[in-house]
Structure formats: C-alpha cells, structure tokens
Design a protein. Structure first.
Length: 232
C-alpha cells in the first residue's frame, strides 16, 4: 500500500511541475515532467489492480483491462501532444488517440450495463446526450474558434465524449458502489479537459486560463480513475 501512496505523491509533484513548465513554455522541462507523470498514472493503475485482492486472488481483472487499455491510449496521446504546437500531424494523431480512449471507455460501459442491467439506454442518458450535443453545437459554431480541417474530428470527439459521459452516469445508478463514482468522475474530467484544450488550440485569440484548466482537469481525472480499479 505504501508504494501506491508514494506513486500518488510523485504523480502530484510531476503533474504540478508539468503544468508550470507548460505555462513557462519550457520544452525541456515539459518533456522531463510529462513523461514521468504519464508513466506514473499507469503505475498507479497497475498498483491499484494488484492491491485489490480477496483471499489472495485478484478481483478486478476485467475492469482493469478495459480501463487500463483506455489509459494506455491516453498515454500515447500525451506523448504525441508533446509536439502538438510544432506539428499539426502530432496534434491530429494525439487527438485521435484520446478519441480512441473514449471509445474504449464508452464501449466498456455499454457492454457492462447491457450484460448486468439489461439496458441499452435510459431517459437520463438521452437527456445528458441531448444537452451535451446542444453544448457541442454551441462550441463548434463559436466565431472565435477556427477548427480548419480538423472540424470533423472535433465533432466526432464531442459526440463520443458526450455518449461516454452519459453511459458513465448510469454506472452510478446501477452499481452505486465505490467504483462507480471514481470511474464516472475520471472520464468526466478527462472529457471536459478536452474541450478546454480544443479551445486553447483552435481559438483565434490566446486564451489565458484554458490550458491550465484543461491540464488540472485531465490530471485530476487520471488520478481518480485508478480508485475505481482499487475499490471494485
């Protein structure tokens, strides 16, 4: 258990260092901080999995495999986004990797709820999805944003993210356990952080707070997700 606490402490340190380096626009410090913090959220997830045992047996294998697969895609996206400001190609592939991570999470939630609750959707999910799409339309049509050739990718990103959040909300209602809230909050924060990051990259003006909010939400979400692995 002590290793998990140490990993979390180091994660917080490197996350703060990276956010500071990103605002300072220090490329070397960004790399020296982002690579460790990205490896650490994977390490925290692995430690949470191996610490969750009942009578000496691991009990979160299925949940861990899906969540960790999504986190691996986030890790790959993080590495690609290190060069996003210099290379549009890196940004596109980075965004695509995050999109795939959201697809993995959404697929897992859909399968889990169908197999255990026997439902494909409910009224709350429809309402959340509808509200999210309306927000997406508002976001896409803002005049101070220029998505260029990436507009279709951003639209798909929004649709998948809203669907993921809607399905994650049903985990809370169906499971109502310690695993449901960390899982929901983790993917919710990660999805919202993507909106702020898109605002930062595609804004015609230089937004002052968008990057900071995006990074805080993202690293908070990636810190919360492993709690679902530990408590399931």
């Amino acid at each position: 258990m002590v290793y998990l606490y140490i990993a979390y402490f180091l994660y917080i340190v490197f996350a703060c260092r990276y956010i500071y380096a990103d605002y300072s626009d220090d490329i070397k410090k960004k790399r020296r901080s982002k690579i460790p913090v990205s490896l650490l959220y994977l390490a925290v997830a692995i430690l949470a999995f191996f610490l969750n045992t009942v009578d000496g047996k691991l009990v979160a294998a299925r949940h861990f495999s899906w969540i960790f697969a999504g986190m691996l895609l986030c890790f790959y996206g993080d590495m690609l986004m290190l060069n996003a400001e210099k290379s549009n190609r890196s940004m596109i592939f980075g965004m695509s990797s995050f999109l795939l991570s959201h697809i993995v999470f959404a697929t897992y939630f859909t399968i889990y709820l169908y197999q255990n609750a026997g439902q494909l959707y409910n009224l709350r999910e429809i309402i959340i999805f509808a509200v999210g799409i309306l927000f997406g339309v508002f976001f896409i049509t803002r005049r101070n944003l220029d998505f260029g050739r990436n507009k279709v990718l951003v639209i798909i990103f929004i649709i998948v993210s809203v669907y993921m959040i809607a399905k994650a909300s049903s985990l809370i209602e169906f499971m109502n356990t310690s695993v449901s809230w960390p899982t929901f909050l983790g993917v919710f924060f990660a999805a919202v952080s993507d909106i702020f990051l898109a605002y930062k990259y595609y804004s015609k003006r230089e937004p002052k707070l968008a990057l900071g909010v995006a990074l805080v939400l993202y690293y908070t979400g990636m810190a919360i997700l492993p709690f679902g692995i530990y408590y399931i």
